[in-house]
Design a binder for this molecule. Sequence first.
Ligand code: ADP
Ligand code: MG
Length: 624
Amino acid sequence: MSDVIKLLPAHIANQIAAGEVVQRPASVVKELIENSIDAGATHINLVAKDGGKTLVQVIDNGSGMTDVDARMSFERHATSKIAKADDLFALSTKGFRGEALASIAAIAHVTLKTKTHDAELGTVIVNEGSKIVSQEADMCKNGTSIAVKNLFFNVPARRNFLGKNTTEYRKITDEFMRVALVHPDIEFTFHHNDDEIYNLPKGNIRQRIVQIFGKAFNERLVPVNEETDIVKISGFVTKPEFAKSKSDQSFFFVNNRYFKDRYLNHAITNAYEDLIPSGKYPPYFLYFDVPTQSIDVNVHPTKTEIKFEENQAIYAFLRSAIKQALGQFNVAPTLDFELEQSFVTPALKAGETVKVPEIKVNPDFNPFNTSKASSTKSPGVSGNKGAHGFSKIQPDKNVWENFYDDAKSEEVDKEKSEIQHNEVTLSSSLDNEAGDEVSIEKKKPVQINDKYILSSLKNGFILIDQFRAHCRILFDNLMMADHSNEVQKLLFPETILAEKQDVPIWKEILDDLNELGFDLEIENCEIVINGQPVQAKEENPVRLLTQIFEAYKLTEQNEELDVKSRLAISTASGLAIKGGKTMTIEEMEHMIDALFASSSPQLSPHGKKIIETFTMDEIFKRFN
Ligand code: ADP
Ligand code: MG
C-alpha cells in the first residue's frame, strides 16, 4: 500500500483551527479589540454591520505594524507577545497565541491597514480566506484598522448557524462592554449600522459604568474595596432594590479579563441573603487582582472560566467584602417583592409603591352571545370591540368537554353531550337561576387567598389561578387581529429614553407592538408613545411599555415563539390582575366566563396550568 498521510495545506488547516477561535462575529470583536489594547491604543472605534455578519471593523491609534510584521501577523503562531515558554507566566498582554488573525483571515475577507508612528507610509493588505490578495504601501493613519467582511463566506454551514442579526448584535455588545468596563482609560466608540451605540470618553470605573448603563446607575452603585495577601477586590455592587430579573449585568474581572464563575457568583447571592428574593440578581462589577502565578492563564481564548488556586478563601473573602460594603452604606430594601414574580417589575425609586392594575372586565359580556358586540367603549376607541379584552371570543365547545372530562362523572358526561347539541341551553344556564346543573353552578364563586377563584361544580369544584386566567384572556384578545386601527390615543404623547444598545431591539419589535395596539415611533433614542392598547385603559404607558420591553428581553432567546406572541405575553402579564388583588363576585364571574370562552382555558400563555379540578370522589376519600 502506498503512503496515505499528507500535510493539510495551510489554508485548510487554518480554516479548521479557525473554528476554535471564531465562533461568531462577537469573537472577532473580542480578538480585534484585545489586539488594539495590546498595541497600546488609547482610542478604539468599533464598527459593525448586520450583527457583524457583513462587517466588523476595529480602528485603533496603537503602535501599528511594519510592513513585514503586517504580513507576518496573518501567520499561525505568529506573535510579538511571547518569545519563550517562561514568558507565559508573566503575561501582561491579552493575546499570546498568535492565532486570532490567522483564524479570522481563514474564514473572512480581511483588509488590514496599518502604520507605525515613525513610518511615512503604511501598509494595506487584503487577505481573503488565508490568501494574500494584495499588499501595498499606502497613506494610512498611525495605528491599525482591520475590517473583517463576510464572516464564514467559505464555510456556509457555519454562516447558517449564526443567529439573527439582533442576536449577534447583542453578543457583540456584551463583548464590547466586557472590554470597555476594564479599560476606562481608553476612549471607545461603537457604531452599528447607522446608529452610534456608545461613545465612551476616558474616565474612571464608576464613570465608565454610568456611561454604559445610564445615569441612573450612579446612585445605585455601592463601592467595594478590600485587600488581602491573596487577592484585591475592587469595584461596585448595587443596592438590593435595584436587583433585576436577569443576571446580564453581573461582571467579574480578574487581572483585567472578564470571567464567569458560578461559585463566586454564589458568594454574592449569599452576601445579599434576605435583601433580595431568589430569582433576582443584583448588578455587580467586581475586579479581582491576583498574582499572575495564582491563576491558570493558559485557558482557551474563547473560554471565560478561570481557575483560582485559592477558590474557597476568595469565596469567603468576597462574601464578607460585599456584606461589609452593603452594611457600610446602610442599604436596605425598599421594594415589595411579594408581587407576582412571573412579571418583571421595573426598578422603582425609593418610597415609590407598586400599583396593582385594576381588573378590567366588561360587565355586559356574555361569552356565548357572539351576535352582538359588547357595549362598553373606552374614550377614543373606534370600532365596536369592547375595551376589556373579553369581547368577540368564540366559545370553544371542546373546552367544556375537556373540562368535564376531568371531573370524570358519568352524569356529567351525559349532560355534556347535551351541551354539544344545544348551545342555547348552556348559554341560558349561565345567565339565569333556573340554569342547567351542568354549567358552573349558580353558587357564587369564592376568592381564596386573593389569588385563586373557587367555583363549584355539581360534582366537585375547580380552583382558577386569577393572574394566569386573566393573562390568557388578554393574550387571546391581543393576538386576535391587527389592533393598530383601534389604538387608545394619548392626550399627550409620552416618551421613553431608550438605552443606546437597546435601540436596535426597539426597532425590531416596533411593528409588532403597533399591531398589538400601541402607537409608537422612534426618534433617535426616544420612543414616542402616541397611544396604547385599549385594554391598557388607565395604565401608565411608560411603565407598561418599559415592563413589556424588559420582559421581552428576558424571552429573547426563546426562538420557539414569534416576536408578536412574546410581546403579547408580556403585555398580557403586565395588564393582568396579579395575585393579591381582591376581586368582587361579579369580577370573578366575568373572568370565569371569559376564560371558558378563550382559546385555551387550561393553559396560560406562559404554558402554566390555570385550572385545578377537585372531584367529589376525591373529597369523599379524604374524609374516609
Ligand atoms: P496574538 O494577539 O495572540 O499575538 P494575533 O493573531 O491576535 O495574535 O495577532 C498577531 C500579531 O499581530 C500580534 O502579536 C501583534 O504583534 C500584531 N497585531 C495584531 N493586531 C494588532 C494591532 N491592532 N496593532 C498592532 N499590532 C497588531
Ligand atoms: Mg490577539
